[in-house]
Design a protein around this ligand. Structure first.
Ligand SMILES: Cc1ncc(COP(=O)(O)O)c(C=O)c1O
Length: 398
């Protein structure tokens, strides 16, 4: 009954774990979920107020499929300040979430059998989105040696006649590692040699940095020549804590952006009018809130790192941005808990959830075995409690 495409689809693993955690919670267990990539702080008041005002004033109808002029102008203004890049209105399209912007970008760029270079650990949705475009994900596995980032050399070794897109994310979900300007320059120099290859840069977390900088280095800082074949993806979900409002955007050359907007207009239609109205003041006036958020995240991060020092079996990699901890748990693999063998990070995550009620996402979901991803966008006390439970589990392994 189902199409081949539908048969290949897996339920988003993260969402599956969230559902399992909720089920255990509903049974009365005190579950701590470190799974979701979602801020725990409220949407900033100026955005919520603008949303309410949009409803009150009847701004509740279809907008232009590419997004309202006001929002596109605000995105352009923000991008000028943050990236020092100029975009025209026709070079910006607003979508229902950044996830859809990436999906639509792949749909309009890829033909069947084109290859998309993704490096692992990757955001869980990338390979599936590539497959839905009938293209082929070419996964380049990155290890601790390279801070889980793709090197220019590895990128070049994986480029061939079929390569259409290089898709990457900095700060990374799941590691929180950030590409330096030098690394981006080396990558950009490789890409300059292959004009067929387009770049999709997923900038979702670029404002959430822990080194006090305003945003993460960008490939267009290092290699502005790539602008015409670079699609910048961003959105309101993370930095503005607006995950439920579903607003993302894509910026790039007019030709690609027009195709992307047309694709979206024939599939999702215009993004929510109310949400678009809400994002405008967030983009223009929420700078103090973003700085507070980054400071709060840094505080939480430092506390979590301190607590993790009490579990020497774990190797925790200090992130430079976003709100995830990438933890090497290979030392506990091969041990047993109460007769249950821990053969993988997935097994460890399962015991941790089912017996200690802490939900995490195992590295398998991001393409790297032996790791866990933990979101620290939660209250510090809960994080400390979660780490305590992990310690307890590790202490009971034999
Ligand atoms: C790396 C990355 N890109 C894009 C997104 C998409 O965000 P949204 O669709 O909520 O705008 C997410 C959300 O988890 C993400 O982690």
């Amino acid at each position: 009954m189902l199409s081949k495409r539908a048969q290949k689809l897996k339920t988003s693993p993260t969402l599956f774990l969230v559902a399992k955690a909720k089920e255990l919670q509903a049974l009365g267990n005190d579950v701590i979920s470190l799974t979701v990539g979602e801020p725990d702080w409220a949407t900033y008041p100026m955005a919520s107020e603008a949303g309410i005002e949009a409803i009150r004033t009847g701004f509740t109808k279809y907008t232009a499929a590419q997004g309202t002029l006001e929002l596109r102008q605000a995105i352009i203004q923000r991008t000028k300040i943050d990236l020092n890049q100029e975009y025209k209105i026709s070079e910006v399209t607003v979508t229902s979430g950044a996830k859809y912007a990436i999906f639509a970008a792949l749909q309009v760029l890829c033909d069947p059998q084109d290859e998309v270079i993704i490096h692992s650990p990757y955001w869980v949705s990338y390979p599936a989105m590539v497959e839905l475009a009938d293209a082929v994900p070419r996964i380049v596995t990155c290890t601790e040696k390279d801070n889980f980032k793709i090197t220019a050399k590895a990128l070049e070794e994986n480029i061939n006649d079929k390569t259409k897109v290089f898709l990457f994310c900095s700060p990374s979900n799941p590691t929180g590692f950030v590409y330096s300007k030098e690394e981006l320059k080396a990558i950009g120099d490789v890409l300059k040699k292959y004009p067929r290859v387009h770049v999709i840069t997923d900038d979702m977390y670029h404002r959430l940095m822990f080194d006090g900088s305003n945003r993460a280095p960008h490939i267009l800082d290092a290699t502005p020549e790539l602008r015409e074949r670079t699609i910048i993806i961003n959105g309101a979900s993370k930095a503005y804590s607006m995950t439920g409002w579903r607003i993302g955007w894509a910026m790039g050359s007019e030709k690609i952006i027009k195709a992307l907007g047309d694709y979206a207009s024939q599939s999702t239609g215009a993004p929510c009018s109310i949400s678009q109205a809400a994002v405008v003041p967030a983009l223009l006036n929420a700078e103090p809130n973003i700085h507070q958020t980054s400071a709060l995240l840094k505080e939480r991060l430092q506390m979590a790192l301190k607590e993790f020092k009490t579990i020497p079996e774990f190797k925790v990699f200090e992130p430079q941005g976003a709100f995830y901890l990438w933890v090497d748990v290979t030392k506990v693999i091969g041990k047993s808990y109460d007769g249950q063998k821990v053969n993988s990070s997935q097994d460890f995550g399962k015991i941790l959830l089912e017996k200690f009620f802490v939900a995490t996402v195992p590295g398998e979901e991001f393409g790297n075995l032996g790791y866990l991803r933990l979101s620290f966008a939660i209250q510090t006390e809960r994080m400390v409690e979660a780490i305590g439970r992990m310690k307890s589990l590790v202490g009971q392994l034999i």
